[in-house]
Design a protein around this ligand. Sequence first.
Ligand SMILES: C[S@@+](CC[C@H](N)C(=O)[O-])C[C@H]1O[C@@H](n2cnc3c(N)ncnc32)[C@H](O)[C@@H]1O
Length: 434
Amino acid sequence: MAQTASERETGGFPRCPHARECGACQHVNEPYERQVARKQDRLVALLREAGLLDGAEALPFQGMDEPYRYRNKVMSPFAAGRRQGSAARKGGFAKDGRGFGKGAARRKGPSREILTGMYAAGTHRIVDTRHCLVENERAQKVVRSVKTLMMRYGIEPYDEDAGTGFMRHVVVRVGHESGEMLVTLVTNSEEFPASRSFCRELARMCPFVTTVVQNVNLRKTNVVLGGKEQRLYGPGFILDTLCGLSFRISSQSFYQVNSVQTEALYLSAIGFAQLDGTQSVIDAYCGTGTIGLVAASRGASSVVGVDTVESSIRDARENARHNGIENATFHAADASSFMRGLAAEGRSTDVVFMDPPRAGSTEEFLDALAVLAPRRVVYISCNPVTQMRDLRYLAAKGYRVEKVQGVDMFPHTDHIETVCLLTRETGKARPERP
Ligand SMILES: C[S@@+](CC[C@H](N)C(=O)[O-])C[C@H]1O[C@@H](n2cnc3c(N)ncnc32)[C@H](O)[C@@H]1O
C-alpha cells in the first residue's frame, strides 16, 4: 500500500492530527516498537522496585501487529458550539431545552452548532476528533450520524452548566467478530417523543446498528451513564465472539475495549492456570463472565464468578446458557465479601483468576484468598502500581510471582495491562478461617 505524505513524514506510520489537543494517546506519533519497549522496561522496573523480580520470569510484552482502530467502544459527549444565524435555523427546540414538544420530529435546524468528539486533556472542552486513529471507524460514523439526526430533529445538546438540553452522550459498542453495534443515547430527560423514527433513521444510515438503548441521566455529574434504561430498538444487547465463545454485551456491562488483545490476554491467563480438567476455579471481578467461561470451556472442572454489577452477572449467566456451559455459576456481590464468605465456610479452590478495577483489590479479599489457598493465582490488571501492592501482600502470605506478561491493550497511551502468575509455596501453612 502506498504511504501517505504524513506517513512518510513520521517514517512509515500514520500521524494523528488531534494528538496535541486531545491528549488521550500520549505517544501516537512515536514508533510503536519504541512504545512497547518502554512499557516492558516500566513493568520490569516496577517489579524490581516491589522486590518481586528475583525468580520471576518477565515474558516479552505482547504488542499489536496493527495498533490502530482497535477501540471497540467509542464515546462522545454533545455540547452546543457557536450560535447559528437565523437563516440556518428554520425551527427550534422546546423552550426549556430539555426535550421537544409536539411536532418536534418535523422541526429543522439547531439553534447552535453541535460539537462532538473528546474532551481535551484535563478539560471539558470538546475537541473534534473525527480523524482519531484508534477508534473503530464505523462507530465514529454512528457518532456523526447521531449528530446529523439531532440537527434534523431539532434536538438540543446538553448544557452541563445550566443542566438543560436533551442529548448528553452517545456510547457505541462494536462486536469485533459479529460487527453488531449497540448505541446508547444518554439523555437528560425520560421523554423521547420521536425515538422510534430517530432509531429507524439511524439504523438506515448505519446498517450495522442492531440495537439502540436510551440511558437516562438526570444528575449533574461527570459520570456518563445514569441508572435508568429502556430499549428503543432491537434486542438491547449485541453478541460478539471471543476465544471461540459467544458473549452478550449490554450497555452497562464491562467489556474490554480492545478485542484482539483481549484474546491474547485471556489465552495467556488460561495458559498460566494450566487447567487439566480437574481444577475448581474462581473468576473474581468477572464482568460478563468472559475469563471464567473461557476457563470452563478449556479445562476447568467448575467455575464460580463474582461481580458487583447485576446486569453483568445477568449477561454472564446468559453467556453460560447460550454457550451450553453447565459448570459455571455467577453471583452478584462484592468480591471481598464473597471471598470472605467462602473462606468462613471452610471452602477451598484450585485456581483464582482476579481482574480488579484500577484501584486494585482489598486486604479483605487477599486475606480470604490466602485462606482458600489456591495453588495458582492469575492476577490480571490494568494498573501495575496497585497490582504490585497486592502482589507484595500476597507474597507475604506465601505466594511467589512466577511469570508476568504485559499485553498492550491500549497502544499509544501510557496504560499498561498485565497478567501475572503466582503459585503457593509448598509447605506453607494455610491461614486460619476468618
Ligand atoms: C477490569 S474489569 C474486569 C472484567 C472481566 N474480568 C473482563 O475481562 O471483562 C473489573 C470488574 O470488576 C467489577 N468490580 C468492581 N468493583 C468490584 C467489587 N468490589 N466486587 C466485585 N466486582 C467488582 C467491575 O464491575 C468490572 O466488571
